[in-house]
Design a protein around this ligand. Structure first.
Ligand code: TEU
Ligand code: CA
Length: 550
């Protein structure tokens, strides 16, 4: 198997608006990130993925870009970016940017000119269609609420925005648009960045006939996405030593192989969604449901075995769109919160693939108990609150409980650096409230504590650098029907590691001997110091242990 650098790496995702405020305006920025590079380096990660920092009206926190070639002033200047990139490289780390090219902002000059004149050279950069029967061109609804179509009287036509009216979709069937995007990608790559995370990339291959869908959801996956990504690869990507990771929901395992197979000629890996959509229901994510462990184990088993030797998995539970993993999968009970955060880290990092750590995950940050819709900042949650409460489908309390369980703002509260005011994130009240548990959960306290979540992340990230079995070993899911224990085995060059995770707050019996050949067992890592599990075969609440038989 080729051992490209991004396979051995751990990625650290920074959401700039919430990471660290360097100039006291309550909003995170590039100088704040620069001030924390030592912290990031000490964590041991290899690659920083920056969520968008381009000029934006900020309707979707930067995922609505109005100028791809300049830095959002509130985040800093291009000189600040160049300094961040240089310092990141000088510290032996790499920097990957977020590429948001399914759509721009509706304030992008391309869109403004496209909207104003049917003969503009930019008209076909977007999807413009006449209305039908006095209504929208088709029945699609936008992911963040409302219709996917926005009417413009300027030319008496509608434009398409599958996410929101603030994010009109780019028309990838138009070659001039694709070349415009490729030029922009080369601009950033020629500055020396080390790759891209490609936002909602599954959405660029729409059927240009834009037919009605059965349920009003946008028909985005049409198959032309692979044609465009192959062109992007041959035009741009293959000319650089970079990492590319496509974000796409609704992917089957076959899709993942098509997008990121070693011989696909497209991308290096995908950020897939099937696991983080397992606790969805007829109300989409707006519920307080929990993930079924048996279903989850079977899904991961499918991905790990189907991709092994053919494609590369990303490994994550947390990012700026996901609730905090410890709240979703672990326990907020102080007796178990840290142990469960470490258990989730073991379960994730010891699989085959590249782990993604989202800011704050490494210290076990939790969801927020949102008390009022006025505390929310995410348009997806605010629109959903209005929709469910005004329709009477949910009470305000019920909807706030759903948002506290699954809303995206849970991941976007300020990074908790220390126990000073605003958690050391800023000297001024931040753009979004700080989680009230910051005095208890913060990086400063944990850097000094050997048995903290932060110290544990440093240990397992270091283990990955020292043990190729963790990176390249095969994967075998074990005891898949077990409702409490998630166990799997890694094998590589005669070595075998057994990874055992108790996903419950109970003591659970699990016979490890059934799965490891003879030889004296050695604990590679464990989240309970001096665990007696090997002898007792009883896993403590949220106990995680990795055993090798030498
Ligand atoms: O998210 C993409 C995303 O969430 C969609 O894949 C969606 O979940 C799915 O298609 C159906 O719900 C990315 C960014 O991570 C997110 O922050 C942005 O809001 C979004 O794209 C639009 O740029
Ligand atoms: Ca700032």
């Amino acid at each position: 198997m080729n051992k490209q650098w991004w396979k051995k790496a751990v990625v650290y995702q920074i959401y700039p608006k919430s990471f660290c405020d360097g100039n006291g305006d309550g909003i995170g920025d590039l100088r704040g990130i620069i001030s924390k590079l030592d912290y990031i380096k000490r964590l041991g990660v290899d690659i920083i993925w920056l969520s968008p920092i381009y000029v934006s009206p900020d309707m979707d926190n930067g995922y609505d870009i109005s100028d791809y070639y300049n830095i959002q002033p509130v985040y800093g200047t291009m000189a600040d970016f160049d300094e961040l990139l240089t310092k990141t490289h000088n510290m032996g780390m790499r920097l990957v940017m977020d590429l948001v090219v399914n759509h721009t902002s509706n304030m992008h000059p391309w869109y403004l000119q496209s909207e104003s004149d049917k003969n503009s050279k930019y008209r076909n950069y977007y999807y413009w269609r006449k209305g039908k029967n006095g209504g929208t061109p088709n029945n699609w609804n936008a992911y963040f609420g409302g219709s996917a179509w926005t009417y413009s009287a300027k030319t008496d036509e509608y434009s398409l925005g599958v996410f929101s009216p603030y994010q009109p979709d780019l028309n990838w069937s138009y070659p001039a648009l694709r070349n415009e995007i490729y030029d922009m990608m080369r601009f950033w790559l020629d500055k020396g960045i080390d790759g891209f995370r490609l936002d909602a990339i599954h959405c660029i291959g729409k059927n240009v006939l834009l037919p009605d869908s059965a349920d009003g959801s946008p028909l985005v996956k049409d198959g032309t996405v692979h044609e465009y990504l192959k062109e992007m690869n041959s035009e741009v990507l293959k000319n650089y030593d970079i990492m590319t990771v496509g974000e796409a929901s609704g992917l089957t395992t076959e899709d993942m192989l098509a997008f990121s197979g070693f011989d696909s000629g497209e991308l290096n890996m995908m950020i897939q969604f099937a696991h983080v959509e397992m606790d969805f229901n007829e109300d989409y994510k707006w519920n307080t449901d929990k993930i079924d462990l048996v279903k989850l184990k079977k899904l991961f088993n499918e991905w790990q075995t189907a991709l092994y030797g053919k494609a590369w998995n990303s490994l994550y539970w947390s990012n700026h769109d996901q609730p905090r993993a410890v709240s979703r999968l672990g326990s907020e009970n102080e007796k178990y919160r840290e142990k469960s955060a470490m258990m989730i880290a073991v379960n994730t990092h010891f699989m085959c693939g590249t782990p993604f750590v989202f800011q704050g995950e490494e210290i076990g940050m939790t969801n927020v108990k949102w008390q009022s819709v006025s505390d929310l900042r995410d348009l997806e949650s605010i629109n959903a609150y209005d929709k469910f409460v005004s329709s009477g489908k949910k009470t305000p309390e019920q909807m706030l409980a759903c948002i506290s369980s699954k809303g995206r703002d849970n991941a976007r509260t300020p990074m908790q650096w220390d126990s000073s005011q605003y958690a050391g994130f800023s000297s001024k009240e931040p753009w979004i409230g700080v989680n009230e548990n910051y005095k208890k959960i913060n990086a400063s306290e944990q850097e000094k504590r050997e048995n903290s979540v932060l110290s544990f992340y440093k240990k397992i990230i270091r283990l990955r650098k020292e043990n190729e079995i963790m990176v390249f070993g095969s994967y075998e899911g074990l005891d898949l029907e077990n409702k409490k224990v998630f166990a799997y085995k890694r094998k590589y060059e005669g070595d075998e590691w057994l990874v055992i995770c108790n996903f419950t707050d109970e003591n659970v019996q699990f016979e490890w001997k059934a799965y490891l050949n003879s030889g004296s067992p050695v604990a590679i890592t464990e989240n309970y110091e001096n665990s007696d599990y090997i002898k007792t075969k009883i896993l403590k609440p949220y106990e995680a242990i990795v055993i090798s038989a030498r």
